[in-house]
Write a protein of this length. Sequence first.
Length: 113
Amino acid sequence: MENCIFCKIAAGEIPSAKVYEDEDMIAFRDIAPQAKVHVLVVPKSHFATLAEMDAAQAELVKKCLVKIPAIAEGLGLANGYRLIVNQGRDAGQTVHHLHIHILGGQDMGEKML
C-alpha cells in the first residue's frame, strides 16, 4: 500500500530502530513506547486485520509468532512479555497494517489494561 507507514518502513523508505528483519517480517522499536520495551513485529505483506488475511498471510502470521520468542530473548525479556494485536478502530488500531506489539521489561501486572 503506497500510503502505509509500515509498508514504507518494511521497504526501507522510512528509518526505524530495527531489532530483527528477514524476507517476510520486520521488528522495530515503537516510537511511542507503552512499556520499558515496546517492539512491533510487522509482516511485510499488507493486510489490516486477521479477518482480512488469506492462507499465505496466515502462514506469515504463524512465522511471526514462531519468531517472537527469539526476538523477545534478544530484547532481554526472560522474565516475560505481553503480546497485543489490535483489530480495528474500537480496539485502538491506528495503523491499518497487521502488527503484533511485544511489551515488557517491567512488571506488567495481572490486568490486561
